[in-house]
Design a binder for this molecule. Sequence first.
Ligand code: ADP
Ligand code: SF4
Length: 697
Amino acid sequence: MMPNVDYSLLFEPIKIGPVTAPNRFYQVPHASGMTEANPRVRAAFRGTKAEGGWGVVSTGAVSIHPSSDDSPLPYARLWDDNDIHSHALSTAAIHEHGSLAGVELWHGGAAVMNRTSRIAPYSPSGIPWLATHVGFMGNLRPRIMDKDDIRDIIKWQVEAALRAKKAGFDIIYIYAGMGYLGYEFLLEEYNHRTDEYGGTTENRVRFVREMIEATKEAVGDTCAVALRISLEELRAKPSDNYPSEAHEVVSLMADLPDLWDVKMDSSPTDCGASRFREEGAHEPVIDFVKKVTNKPVVGVGRFTSPDKMVGQIKRGVLDLIGGARPGIADPFLPNKIKEGRIDEIRECIGCNICISSWHDGVPVRCTQNATAGEEWRKGWHPEKFSEPGSNDAILIVGGGPAGLEAGLIAAKRGYQVTIADKEDTLGGRLNFEASLPGLSAWGRVNEYRLYALKQMANVNLYPASELGVEDILALEHQRIAIATGASWSKMLMSSLEIPVGTLDKPGVYTPDDLAAGVKLQGPVLVYDFDNYYMGGVIAEELANQDLKTSYATSAGHASAWTIMTNEQPFIHQRLEEKNIDITTRILLEDFDGENAILKDIYTGKPLSMAVKSVVIVGHKTPNDDLYQKLITRKSDLEDAGIKSVDRIGDMLAPGSLVHAVYSGHEYARNLDVDKDDLYQRDLPITANGIGSVFNRK
Ligand code: ADP
Ligand code: SF4
């Protein structure tokens, strides 16, 4: 198919220093949780994006030296020649599809604790990086770099750049963002130096400038040298001769790097969740850069709409459309635009589960794309599917995210698929959840799947069809997947996390009651020990209904686990904005219709709250009645020709959307496949042997 003429701008090549990107789709550096411990997993993950049309595909942070050691968080390395071999797998996988490979060389400065290398961290002036994320916190303060230290870092950058070139990278980064070393030199709050590296803006820029100059000198003949810089804080600072200090910093180095990769300063603002940040939200901070430099500019903004992408280029905001999450959710986004298959784009929902997997220290997981990180390990290609292994027809009971994904993948493989759901609208839990404040983008999980399923001749969708055992036995399908979801319970826990019974009393509700349309009497207490989004968003919803709402949790923060998805600070702010009282570290014990009885989780100090309704957001239990009844009918199942009855999604193990989609996907991929192979295990490549020795210098 010819490229859609409206979007042809996105497919124009662009020169970046000595190299040329084939189009404007630029997968900016992003964490993948894939280190030298899993080089094949990493190569397949990045290579798949190149196959899907991303003209540039980059690594995540690649440490230049053991003094930049982010452990226990996963990060990659180019510390010695051993590391070249594992990165060369990625560059080969990227080049195979005609794309450029970028490497984000990185020194973490004071933002790393060097827990493994035990080297005193480097910083311009001994100022620590304020860590609000528990995974980043540490109790070691950084050294103040002397001139030798500065020379060492530049030397290590050059050595890493030369290794990167050997590994086949085309674009080599200097990183001056997100609290890392280059950034610490730029900001006067971190940089109190009185030598030529501190004081005036020109002096504060010097370290970054020297890093760029040395890198260009070493590899600039064949490789582009890019600067990645955070501009949020600098843009907020006044400058005597420029509109802001960001303008001044960019002007001072305007045409020095071959490419400007511009971003925000912290993960929650840079990778904002859709609940709090719109597509293209960076523009007010980075819009000036192209006016100051003649070099190409790339930036992100969770872009999934080709119209918005074209708008960015036409309006002179960006030259290249940066993408991290949109390319995780759909590695084939560029090709789908090129081929006019816009409706087939699996749009990122902005849930930030991908970021939580980095915080968890594991390879990337994605709600929308179950194949992310599984391309090599399980051999799952996001767009290619194996032939069906039989003529069996598949009946899926329950059309939530798990059922829809299972049905879609089974149908793509070529099976005859039926999905039945008792509700009038397919979509399961998301029909309610996507209606909650800020969560409409999550509805894309259903929209994408339902759109695709409705195009397929081998799929029958039956809403408003509650199935019982006899129905299933009569339907003449050979494989049954039970995807009937889970229900919120009223179970409570002790401070030792021991269940203490259920609070099944009048006036006590769960989110399922709200989903069913029950109207509560205020004031309301939302008691949360689920700690993900549901408790906070239910409180927000009730406050929007003009009910006086309080929120209490056993954890130390509102929606505590959302620190993993970059949402926690904003959820707290939102609850404050809505005048919702927040009580933390508290256990709910009882409710007498007038008062909720609580106690401090540590001291046992009692607390009474005068409320008329209580919503418990805690434990979930699978809806397994149908499954349990079905499996007791062994001989009837055999007589009906039913070969298997499986549980998937929340019905198997209640969890987040990412778990439900993955479970449905795995079920369909494994139909008629030898299930003994869990996955291929990746191993490090140590072509130069183990036991490398690092010199102090
Ligand atoms: P998951 O997240 O695992 O996909 P959901 O709770 O979102 O689970 O979806 C479960 C779906 O199963 C709901 O839409 C519900 O209406 C449907 N369901 C439950 N029991 C039956 C049944 N007996 N027959 C048909 N559909 C059912
Ligand atoms: Fe987007 Fe969520 Fe997938 Fe991340 S996990 S890429 S935010 S859909």
